[in-house]
Each structure stands twice: as C-alpha cells, then as structure tokens.
Design a protein around this ligand. Structure first.
Ligand code: HAM
Length: 437
C-alpha cells in the first residue's frame, strides 16, 4: 500500500526543514522584541462570521470552512487581522497605548497552487493599535525592513512598495465616483499589474463601460512612482484634506529617511492591496527581480476594530509570509545553516562504565550541552565512527582502563588532541574546556 500523502498545498517539516523555519522565527521574534512588540496568539478555528464581509471576497472564497458538531459555522483562520482586532477590542480600555503586538502563526487558504503559495503557510504579523498618525507606519515599515535585513538581505534584494488608499479615495472621489464604484475600481487597480486591461472587466460588468477619460486618469495615477509626482498630480489647489494627507506623506517619508531606510522604500500607487479593510497607507514587499509573489503586505485599517464590535481604534500592521521569504533566502544563498549536532558524544566501554557515564551525561545536559551516547552496547570502533558521524565536537571516553585510573578521556574530534579529566569532575572539566583558556 502506498504511503498516505499530505493534502495538496500542505507541508511536512522534516527536522532539517523545521530547523530552518525555527531559525527564521527566532530572528523575527528577536527583531520584534527589539522594536518593543510583545507576542500574542489566538485560536486556529474561528467563527465563520469573523471573516464574512470583512476580509474581502477573495479571502472569503478561499476559506476552509465547515459546520461543527454543535452546528456552528466555523473557519480555519486565513489571516490574523480580524482575530487580533477582537483581542485588542475586548481590552481596549485597559491596554496602554500605543499597543504594539506581534505573532507567528499558521494560516489556511484554499488557493490555486503556485510557486511561493500554499494552502497552509506561516505569517509573522505585527500591528500597532491606538496611533492614528504616520508615526505608526514609520515604526512598522522599519520593523518589516529589519525582519528581512537581519538575514543579510539588502536594498538590491527587496523593496517595499508604498501607496495610499486614502489618496486613491480622494482622487477617485474627485472624478465623481461614489464609494461603491471606488471600491470596485480599487479592485481593478489591485489586479492591473497581473491582468492588464482584463482587470477592469469586473467593474464594467457591474457598472457598464468606464469612460475613456476616467480610465486614462486612473491609469496615469496608478503609474505614479514618486512623491513629487503625487504632489504635482494633487498638490495644486488641493482641498484641506489632501493638503493634510500630503503632510502625512512627508512625515512618513521623512521618518524613514532619517532612519536610513529610503533605499528600501519605493512609492508606487499601483499597489492598493486586495483586502477590503484597508483605509490609508498600504505597503507590500517584493523581491527586486520581481520573480516571486509578495513577501509581505500590510496597511492601515482604522475601521475594523469598530466593525467587529469594539470601539473605534486606529490600527496599522503587516504580515510577512514564510514561503516566499524562504524562497528568496534560498535564491540569495542566505538560508541559514543550522547545526543540530551534539556537543559531546560519549563512547562507553561496557555496562559497568555506562553507570559512571550516565551521571555525567545528565549533569552535562542539565548545564545545557547537547550530549548523545549509544543506546546499546557496541564495539569501541563503531562508537567512534558514530561520534564522528554525529558531528559532535568532542568524544568523552569512558573506558574500563581510564576509569580504573579515576579519569575520563576527552578527544577533540576536530584536531584529534586528547586530554584526561578526573572522573569525579567531568561536568566542570567539560565546561572549562568549552569556555577556552
Ligand atoms: P496578505 O497580503 O493576504 O495580508 O498576506 C501577507 C503575506 O502572507 C503575503 O505577502 C504572503 O507572503 C503571505 N501569504 C498570503 N497568502 C499566502 C498563501 N496562500 N501561501 C503562502 N503565503 C501566503 C494579510 O494577511 C494581512 N492580514 C496582513 C496584515 C496584518 N494587515 C494588517 N495587519
């Protein structure tokens, strides 16, 4: 009988794969902590209603959902944002602001399979609640960049494309479009890069042909790639709202520049993000070569906590996915080499010597050394071979001849030098050996 396979789009992690994943998560955790973010978690299974009409049509269509034995409609979480809004919303009154939270968790979307996209994947999510100004975006974009830089990636490897749904709303409103049409057009803009003109099909099926002058203005707005172009498109005779918005842009770009991060950031109004809840700045990270799907995405969603039943709370955040990120590290030769080899491998003469070895093995493990030994009695030669193959740094030799003299022998498996330790003081001696002279 053939072995069972994983479901399409689901992944097994063999130890060497899990070691790499854990290494990435460790660095994300350290980076988030360095930025003053604290970690939370939420359930994998949530009420289906949490996502209905909030995340947007695309995610809703991709939900893994079912009715549970208690006849509840439930879904595996496709993203973290609605859940974290619930947590923060419930304690909004008592949490100190700004609230800076992060998580590393697994998500599920029934997606069409392609490179860098699966049906289960991990995301590092970081969000700030309670700060309405672009100071929150500065902090988050800086964190997103550091989460990638920490692996050795540079501005030649990736960049963050920065855009603004608020500006898009002002701009499309000034063309006389109502909110429903604006949302449908933003859907088209989101798909334009991948689908070209076909991206407008959904809009035109609903509202009829888009008049050519409007379409031309939309296309030239989405082609904007610098703040200067934004200013010249909107600046002259701008409304107070737009003038204030341009000031937010200056603050955001100025903050990132003061942090020395400008080379990582590209203004790009072609990005509007597919999720329905974004209200302001949005940003998406891509590899520079443009070969991979998005590495990360995020933006401001000031209405979502309120929509989920909490009181209004400004919010902004992003998520980095593990799949495209690992692909990019691989391509650049930056995938970490994670050793899981023991520090010490014990070579043990026989049953009598095993008794002496066991006490030391436990003592060394309690100090934190990785220590291994053969489970069954085997010939000395085979044990040395196993010690070398394990990748251990040293072998500790418990021979009957050594123990009769009251010593244990240490062999450095790198330079093959040997020394003897008093059998009564093995743990201290190994500690001293590894601490160096
Ligand atoms: P998103 O753009 O849907 O945003 O996902 C963020 C990242 O998760 C993507 O850039 C990608 O790296 C990864 N990702 C998404 N779907 C898949 C998939 N099927 N397979 C592999 N990786 C995937 C969000 O999820 C927002 N909730 C982010 C956010 C947090 N916004 C505010 N706070």
């Amino acid at each position: 009988m053939a072995m069972f396979q994983t479901l399409p789009g689901f992944r097994d992690f063999y130890p060497e794969d899990l070691a790499k994943r854990n290494h990435i998560f460790r660095i994300w955790r350290q980076t988030a902590a360095a930025f003053g973010f604290v970690e939370y978690d939420t359930p994998v299974l949530e009420p289906l209603d949490l996502y209905r009409a909030k995340s947007g049509d695309e995610i809703e269509a991709q939900l893994f959902s079912f009715t549970d034995k208690g006849k509840r409609e439930v879904a595996l979480r496709p993203e973290m944002t609605p859940s974290v809004c619930r947590l923060v919303g419930e304690r909004a009154g008592s949490l100190k602001r700004p609230i800076k939270w992060f998580s590393i968790a697994e998500f599920y979307r029934y997606e069409r399979m392609q490179k860098g996209r699966g049906r289960c994947f991990f995301q590092f999510n970081a969000d700030i609640f309670g700060e309405a100004g672009p100071e929150a975006e500065i902090e988050l974009i800086a964190l997103q960049i550091q989460c990638m830089r920490a692996f050795g990636l540079t501005p030649d490897d990736f960049c963050i494309r920065l855009s603004d749904r608020n500006l898009w709303f002002h701009f499309l409103g000034s063309l006389g479009l109502d909110e429903e049409k604006i949302r449908a057009l933003l859907g088209a803009v989101d798909k334009f890069e991948r689908n070209g003109d076909a991206a407008f099909k959904g809009y035109e099926e609903r509202f009829g042909p888009l008049d050519p002058a409007t379409k031309a203005r939309v296309l030239s707005f989405l082609a904007i790639r610098s703040f200067d172009e934004i200013e010249s498109a909107l600046g002259a005779g701008a409304s107070p709202a737009i003038t204030a918005r341009l000031a937010d842009w200056r603050k955001l770009l100025g903050g990132l520049s003061a942090m020395g991060l400008s080379a990582f950031v590209q203004v790009d109004l072609g990005v509007v993000r597919g999720l329905a809840y974004y209200t302001g700045f949005v940003f998406e990270a891509f590899d520079r070569k443009g070969e991979l799907r998005a590495l990360a995405g995020g933006g401001r969603y000031d209405d979502l906590v309120g929509k989920l039943g909490g009181s209004d709370l400004p919010a902004v955040g992003f998520a980095i996915g593990d799949m495209t990120f690992a692909l990019l590290l691989d391509e650049r030769g930056l995938t970490p080499v994670v050793s899981q080899a023991p520090d010490v491998y014990c070579v043990i003469g026989g049953e009598a010597e095993r008794k002496s070895a066991f006490a030391d093995i436990l003592a060394l493990r309690a100090i934190g050394y990785r220590v291994d030994y053969p489970m069954k009695e085997v010939a000395f030669g085979k044990q040395f071979k196993a010690a070398v193959e394990s990748g251990a740094k040293v072998a500790l030799i418990y021979g009957s001849e050594e123990l009769a003299r009251g010593v244990v022998k240490l062999r450095d498996l790198g330079d093959r030098s040997e020394q003897e330790f008093p059998a009564a003081a093995v743990a201290e001696s190994v500690l001293a050996f590894f601490s160096g002279p």
